[in-house]
Design a protein around this ligand. Sequence first.
Ligand code: 6PG
Length: 464
Amino acid sequence: MAEIGLIGLGTMGAALALNIADNGFDIAVWNRTPSVTKEFHQTAAELAARITPTYSLEELVLAISVPRTIILMVPAGDAVDQQIAALRPLLGPDDLIIDAGNANFHDTNRRAAEATGPFLGIGVSGGEEGARHGPSIMGGGPRQHWDRVAHILGAISAKHDGSPCATWMGDGGAGHFVKAVHNGIEYADMQMIAEAYGIMRDGLGMEAGEIGAVFDRWNKGPLQSYLIEISGHVAAATDPATGKPLLDLIVDSAGQKGTGRWTVIEAQHLGTPIPAIEAAVAARNLSARRKERATGEAIFGTGRVGVDVQVATLEQALIAGKIMCYAQGFTMMAQASREFGWSLPLPEIAAVWRAGCIIRSTMLNDMAHALSDDPDRNLMFAPTFRGLVSDSIGGLRETVAAASLSGLPVPALASGLSYFDTMRQSRGTANMIQGQRDYFGLHGFERLDRDDKDHHGPWSGGTA
Ligand code: 6PG
């Protein structure tokens, strides 16, 4: 009998099923299209012995030992609801369904509430490679169900210094929520790297290959991360058909499945600012408006002039920018934790992101330690990061200033800088906004020199 089942043999499902078999668990699999299941089994080589291909849901269920665990790896959205509706009637009362797709956490909350049997929603990060050889896993749902499968999920997850990158985040949609924030940070990290690339390409006139070498170098320093590493590989790649740098041939319009957008929408609902992530999502949307951008260039020209900034300064800019976007992401999770009655384990979240996932980086190790000291403190105020922020913020400022003077857009980096400058001013400028609100709408304001609230200005009613 198989110890676990899996439905959905797309890229991620197939990779996860092989990973499970590779870790010594017998697994039964089913896919809507029988030929996919057959081919998957035939190509599983030495792992085929641990895999039971099945050709109906009934057959799948009968192939798994009781109490059953079945992982769904089907496209997020309606397909998950349909799959649960088809599967649940075939299951016993203790059989567990795990949705391991990229679900919107609100859907996971709803599915958890509607579930007529055990249900978990888990976020899985790491792309195909991660799914096959060790992803980062963020679990959500009743703790006792997580505990039932923790040995399997821990075994198949990535390891950081031997510790499994698989953690229970909380009830309901907590796991998928953490995965969404992961993706929001992913968007901001990618956007900042793309902005640094743009400065090198358009401001410093560097070739893709040279830029790739810079990323390779950065990957040996404080910026060491999967995203910097693959950026180096992407920049260095040559198109076999033309012999040109492939990066120069890729259309500059970024796709998205929506997870970054969900994070931004949720941040707005929570009233928790994540401006660098918002800037990154907006930049992706603007990237898709190619025709409109071409019209803009035809009317105004790019206005670009060579940029006065050193490559070493760009590295500092990315270090500071990265800290800002993580500070925002973790602050958002702290707020969500309070709002939704979760106890999101922030240090463990940083810890499970250290390996397997797309945003894995050396810096996350320091973040895990900083958050262990005080999970409620803004990450950039943590003693470990104060020095790094102080040392690198000048580079971010210089980069943003130089890029702006050269007509190069740096929305995420600029937003990271403004976030820093905002968060170190005890006296901001919203007193003007409060004055305006009171002027036109009698909304009232507090005064610095008095304790009582609800003051109004001499303009009373907007006429003075
Ligand atoms: C991961 C990735 C993964 C996927 C995203 C990409 O953590 O493994 O985030 O989930 O690549 O869906 O999202 P976009 O299509 O929105 O860029």
